[in-house]
Write a protein that binds this ligand. Structure first.
Ligand code: ADP
Ligand code: MG
Length: 349
């Protein structure tokens, strides 16, 4: 099985595996409509945005372009990070500023839109609760129940107001103690911006993978889609739950297997939190995978559909044009949106 791009790369081992698969097929350059399409991409892998990112271009461009594309992750992290003390969002959350850059305004506005669509099951003001949890710690602990219940008083997206002056300056108004968390939406947005940068610099064929948030530019080569492997939840052996044929589109997953821990008493805790309780959602789903043209939409919808649950989540997908989804339940069964089969490569549906 050649040239598979694993779309979840939380772990370095997966990333290395993908890199090996990519570089294992070494062929000469092939001509294609006067464009040279590489069979071995120019690729950079780095640790950014608290995850492994990889950008691989099949268009023969200078490596500096790819390197600049990777560094855009740092640029956007300094805007969107909830935890980085120098970020713009950090300053907004700490009331050091109420004006917003175009990018932060745009992403908060998008996050609010999905908060509304889900009637608050998805809520970007989850920050006061999510900052109590640390799913990446070596010894994670369940936060104190009283801290969680106090923090819930500061979760309500309807209390956030955005406005723009005549001169174009953006403002945000939200109550003291509120904390916006863009963790569910930022990677998709950043992937879309990286795509724009690469396209502007002549890249016609590439894969942008931000910790499993995948966005493909163009096709792999003429008349050949990229193959994106959606890994099976909780599998460390490289098993996939689906192989997808993707061209100029995004594949994004959300689920309970991405960041989780077991407490001393064996209770399972994952990182998608219920804004009503402050604890992880109890769901029949373990994975939601979205195929969309734009990665921002995919990232927003993957988390939104997860929090909405199987029925309402699929209903939402069916109401949207050009979006397909695959959900996996905890018992291993899969649910497909009506048009998903056209992307599926293997027959194990
Ligand atoms: P990942 O970032 O691992 O790809 P998601 O896109 O599903 O996964 O986003 C999960 C992140 O979203 C959490 O780590 C947290 O920052 C944020 N989050 C958690 N619960 C909610 C929620 N109910 N609404 C909005 N954002 C949430
Ligand atoms: Mg998301």
């Amino acid at each position: 099985m050649n040239n598979i791009f694993y779309k979840r790369k939380k772990h370095m081992s997966c990333l290395i595996l993908a890199a090996i698969l990519i570089t294992s097929c070494i062929f000469p350059l092939t001509g294609c409509n006067n464009e040279l399409t590489l069979t071995t991409p120019i690729s950079i892998t780095d640790y950014k945005l608290n995850t492994y990112v990889q950008i691989s271009s099949y268009t023969n461009v200078k490596k500096d372009i790819i390197s600049e594309a990777v560094s855009l992750c740092d640029y956007y992290e300094h805007i969107f990070s909830r935890t980085l003390a120098t970020s713009e969002l950090y300053k907004v959350n700490n009331k050091e500023t109420t004006t917003l850059s175009d990018e932060l305004y745009e992403l908060i506005e998008t996050g609010l839109e999905y908060s509304r669509i889900s009637d608050g099951a998805f809520d970007i003001t989850i920050g006061s609760v999510s900052r109590l949890w640390d799913f990446t710690s070596d010894s994670p602990v369940v936060p104190d129940a009283s801290l969680i219940s106090n923090a819930l008083a500061y979760v309500d997206y309807t209390k956030v107001t955005l406005s723009t002056d005549e001169d174009g300056t953006h403002h945000i108004d939200m109550p003291d103690g509120f904390c916006i968390d863009l963790g569910a939406v930022a990677k998709g947005y950043i992937a879309d911006k990286i795509k724009t940068f690469l396209v502007d610099n002549g890249v016609k064929s590439a894969i942008i993978n931000l910790g499993g948030n995948v966005l493909c530019i163009g096709e792999k080569k003429k008349n050949t889609d990229f193959t994106i492997a959606v890994k099976k939840p909780f599998s460390d052996t490289g098993e996939y739950m689906e192989l997808l044929n993707i061209n100029d589109s995004s594949v994004v997953s959300s689920g309970t297997y991405e960041r989780y821990f077991y407490s001393a008493d064996g209770t399972f805790y994952h990182h998608i939190l219920n804004p009503k309780t402050g604890y992880p959602y109890e769901s029949v789903l373990c994975d939601v995978t979205i195929i969309s043209h734009e990665s921002t939409v995919g990232d927003c919808l993957s988390t939104t559909c997860f929090v909405l649950g199987a029925d309402k989540g699929m209903e939402l997908i069916e109401s949207l044009d050009g979006i397909e989804a695959i959900f996996m339940k905890n018992d291993g069964t899969k649910l497909y949106s009506s048009g998903a089969s056209s992307y599926i490569q293997n027959q194990n549906k």
